[in-house]
Ligand binder design. Structure first.
Ligand SMILES: [Fe+2]
Length: 282
């Protein structure tokens, strides 16, 4: 079996995602839906509700009273935070493992994905973008392709790194050339298998902006920048660090003043510390 067929075969072996995620995203994206609809959808799933209440009541969140319903959680934390908690708790199972080929230890990819998702949401809010939960989800899942590709990258890391070093390719281009598949395209295939929207698939496939038109899609450009900020801050994490094209026009568009980029990097560091603290406390 060639490596491309082996890669695609593994897509079917990933843990599925709960269907409630699609319902949450649909409702969160629909201005006609009410808070009550969303609370009802989450409450209908006992496992998700129990998990969410456990997190809400954890010492890390530090609420002054015990919360025993989703409705109460929403009124204390706000809808956005509760939706993000539901997404984060139910999209991480595949991403928490170590990704050997990318030099990522257990928890590294998940921690980075969570931080990028929070930065992407912050950036999206600053630019008044709609669909914050969808952008947050795309950021959580942008590197889902690595979960499968890492074993194949490990086998071919020298060839991939040579393409990056000698031929000026980005890591994602080198993956494509050596393996016949890159982690962003594979992420799109996985998102399609999980029945995500076409825009979600597009954002994941284009989070490194291979399609020049993607920089005109504000949500995808936001995702790209949040990911680049992560790489600029986490310079020691992952074999592919900074081996991606820098699209200066997108940076200039989002950060006409360099100080804005600097302060986003500081925000990233703070969020990262918070998330790492949460993992330690868990
Ligand atoms: Fe990526």
């Amino acid at each position: 079996m060639d490596s491309l067929s082996s890669i695609l075969k593994k897509v079917k072996q990933l843990d599925p995602i709960p269907t409630v995620i699609h319902k949450v995203l649909d409702l969160a994206d629909n201005p006609e839906s009410s808070l009550k609809d969303l609370v009802a959808v989450v409450e209908r799933d006992a496992a998700i509700t129990a998990n969410l209440l456990k997190t809400v009541n954890s010492a890390h969140i530090g609420l002054p009273v015990k919360v025993d319903s989703i409705q109460q959680a929403v009124s204390m934390l706000g809808l956005q935070q509760v939706v993000e908690m539901v997404l984060a708790q139910n999209l991480g199972s595949n991403l928490k493992r170590s990704q050997k080929g990318y030099g990522l230890a257990k928890g590294d990819l998940w921690c980075q994905s969570l931080t990028v998702a929070m930065v992407a949401r912050t950036l999206a809010r600053q630019r008044d973008l709609m669909s914050l939960p969808a952008i947050y989800t795309a950021a959580l899942l942008k590197d889902i392709g690595k979960v499968i590709l890492h074993a194949f990258v490990a086998d071919q890391i020298e060839a991939i790194q040579q393409s990056v070093a000698r031929r000026g390719m980005s890591f994602v281009e080198a993956e494509k050339e050596v393996l016949g598949m890159d982690h962003a395209t594979l992420g799109g295939i996985i998102a399609k298998q999980w029945h995500f929207s076409s825009h979600m698939i597009y954002m994941i496939e284009n989070h490194h902006l291979p399609d020049p038109a993607a920089r005109n899609d504000p949500a995808t450009a936001t995702l790209y920048l949040a990911d680049m900020v992560a790489m600029m801050v986490d310079t020691g994490i992952g074999v592919d660090r900074l081996a991606y094209h820098v699209h200066q026009d997108v940076f200039n568009d989002f950060f006409p003043d360099k100080q804005q980029l600097k302060s986003l990097m500081i925000t990233y560091k703070g969020l990262q510390r918070e998330i790492q603290g949460f993992f330690k406390a868990d």
